[in-house]
Design a protein around this ligand. Sequence first.
Ligand code: PEP
Ligand code: MG
Length: 550
Amino acid sequence: MILMQGKGVSKGVVKGPIYFYQRAETAAVQTAASDPEEEKRRMEEAKERSMDQLNALADKAREEAGDEAAMLFETHAMFVEDEDFCDCMTAALEEGCTAERAVETAGEQFAAMLAAMDDAYMQARAADIKDVARRIRNNLMGVTEGGIDSEEPVILAADDLAPSETLQLDKRKILGFVTQGGSSNSHTAILARTMGIPAICGLGDQLKQELNGRTAYIDGETGKAAIEPDDITLNAFQAKLEKQQEMKTLMDTMKGQEDVTLDGQHMMVYCNIGSPEDVAAVLSNDGQGIGLFRSEFLYLAASDYPTEEEQFQAYKEVASAMGGKRVVIRTLDIGADKQVDYFEMQKEENPALGVRAIRICLNRPEVFRIQLRALYRASAYGKVAIMFPMITSVWEVKECKRACRKVMAELDKEGVPYNKDTELGIMVETPASVLVAEELAREVDFFSVGTNDLTQYTLACDRQANDLGKFFDPRHPAVLRALKMAADAAHKAGIWIGICGELGADLTLLETFLAIGIDELSVSPSAVLPLRAEIRKSIAKTCTLEKLEC
Ligand code: PEP
Ligand code: MG
């Protein structure tokens, strides 16, 4: 038996083959060809395969996000057949390069040429040609985009996964995640919880490449993973699998029930999502709304700025699917661990304290304007609320509101329908926002507390680091007191307050949240029913604030 111990970051037990994530960039390319004719044949085959993939992607995009989204892939398909691009590859092949080297050379030359043009549209196409060249190269090397070239579902293993990598994976093929690095507050762990996929991080050197293909059991609660378990370990895993099934049956009885305590205190139980695809899990778990749609994942999954139309389609899809239930969409929160190449951000010493989230939007009004237009347009199709992340000052909120008014005026002029009463809220996730919460509350319709960042900034503890252990404590009285201060300020101004950070799903704190008077908890879809079961067993008037004591 090989037994590994890491940190469980997304609950659930699962059994399946370990599969190491493939990154195209890590493979070395051979430059000189031994058989030029064979290289030409390989190139033709890889181009054909790329065309098939791009056509399929265009169809899928058209179905899921409309014609404009499909156009991106159609443009890529045109590049594969572009005469000049193909001549450039052929010339490199004739000079004796391998097909991989030829496509790399052609891609680099074309991208440089486009980037040097005066026209902004053509400059932006440099990223497309690089993408196309990478696709052809991956096909030559037999590397699957998205990292999983397996017919059966797998337990995905990796050193670590960037949020954009996690997002592009075909989720139907993933039973679980195991990673060498990472922390429970990293966005990849959050995504795993949102998708309801068991995950263990921080396995370090125990997770060796030679385990590829071996069958493993993983437990995303205890952080244990076993290969060829002995009888005792196997029985323990199997007992937990059975309990998991029983629990699921029990939780199904919670569907359709109200989120209310025995003495009548209501709580709104909403869900956190990262993409329109996650709405299915919200509905199947009977979430009463969406308390946090992390819109930045649309940007992370793309190779260029998503257009207004692409964003509108995504927001509209979520708003309509929720059928009039509240959908809180957070404006773009990139920076820190969520880096997007095409934003071309300056490298920062301390990115968590740098230009991230609302700071980027206020510095780049055009990016902000496009997103706000898409959000307001989507507001005509459901109960959309807009939320601004990483707020520290009142002036920032005033600027955001000004940007909203400008967008509404534009839409009025164009005769485009939208909801004039769209709620505007902020994330309370910095100590500064807690300290000026009374003033902030007068400006907005709701607060949502981001306990992941609030913990990071209050305790001066990097949420990404996996070795801070007990120092990163979202249950610290300082964090809970900050929560109470924000809640008091919200209620004084007559607005509602929720929690959308991971702490919201901590059932051992439910009493504290009820005592503070939190109005909404937004959690991963799989946490909705267990939370409802606890709420329905609670008596709010007996709940105390004792956890706020040191
Ligand atoms: C938070 O900080 O708690 C939060 C919900 O936002 P994110 O995790 O996306 O930073
Ligand atoms: Mg945050």
